[in-house]
Write a protein that binds this ligand. Structure first.
Ligand code: NAD
Length: 249
């Protein structure tokens, strides 16, 4: 079933982990995709592996600095020029943190808020202008289960994801009249590099509390992004969809 035939999507942080799984699923469902990555090498590597998997997939890549508004605006506009439209923006790139509040440096707070919060809005600003002109669109943000539960250290990360939820709900209310739906997906512990980088004891203590008894796979999270981007979710907006095996502690 091709749920996204004819749609054009941007996926930030699309070179690996959850973002790469979203890119693959979107291509499988017939979308054309512009993936954004942080470095030219990782973009090239991701594109090569996608083209090897299916040479008919229409996918390209850019590496704007997501915390630089002018670069992001140019990349969004370049996507529209390249593919003729923009239907779906997936704000997925993000960093996590796990340090104690007693060890935090002010610049670490700036880092997580700049990438996990402000950069989403930098992409949304040019995207909504294109979507409004086209008659509608979809914005999807990657939140986290910690936007509901908080976490025992690394407060900058849950702070940023609570902000993502607020941005999502608020923009859904503002943009409904322009037929732009805005939703977020809140993954639980998911098998990606981000999780591999966390201290073992943090991962195992979280995993032990997952009712489904295992971490999620990036593809399972990506399926939620397919649903929310598709017309199957035509009356869903302002929703934070948990994909976390009911891990809420
Ligand atoms: P990952 O580290 O594998 O991927 C993160 C992506 O963000 C990469 O593509 C990376 O290139 C990009 N990125 C990181 N820093 C960047 C920067 N400065 N500029 C541009 N791009 C940058 O992690 P992931 O688990 O796939 O994370 C994707 C999203 O999912 C993030 O928003 C994360 O907060 C969220 N999330 C992950 C989990 C999990 O368990 N893995 C759980 C909840 C939420």
């Amino acid at each position: 079933m091709s749920l996204l035939e004819g749609k054009v999507a941007v996926v930030t942080g699309g070179t690996r982990g959850i973002g790469f799984a979203i890119v693959r699923k979107y291509l499988e469902h017939g979308a054309k995709v512009m993936l954004f990555g942080s470095r030219p090498e990782t973009v090239t590597h991701a594109l090569k592996s996608l083209h090897e998997e299916n040479s008919a997939w229409v996918v390209d890549g850019l590496n704007p600095k997501l915390t630089a508004p002018a670069e992001v605006e140019a990349a969004i506009n370049q996507t529209k020029d390249r593919f003729g439209r923009l239907d779906i923006l997936v704000n997925n790139a993000g960093i996590s943190q796990s340090q104690s509040i007693y060890d935090y440096k002010p610049e670490e707070i700036d880092q997580v808020i700049d990438l996990n919060v402000k950069a989403l809005l930098y992409a949304i600003l040019p995207a909504v202008k294109i979507m409004k002109y086209q008659g509608g669109g979809v914005i999807l943000n990657t939140s986290s289960m910690v936007s509901i539960t908080g976490q025992p250290s690394g407060v900058g990360y849950p702070t940023s994801k609570f902000a993502v939820n607020g941005m999502t709900i608020s923009l859904a209310r503002e943009l409904g009249k322009d037929h732009i739906r805005v939703n977020a997906v809140a993954p639980g512990v998911t098998n990606t590099d981000m999780v591999a980088a966390l201290p073992h004891e943090v991962v195992s203590s979280i995993s032990a509390a997952i009712p489904l008894g295992r971490p999620g796979e990036p593809e399972e999270v990506a399926d939620a992004f397919v649903y929310l981007a598709s017309d199957m979710a035509s009356y869903v907006t302002g929703e934070i969809l948990s994909v976390d095996g009911a891990c809420r502690t």
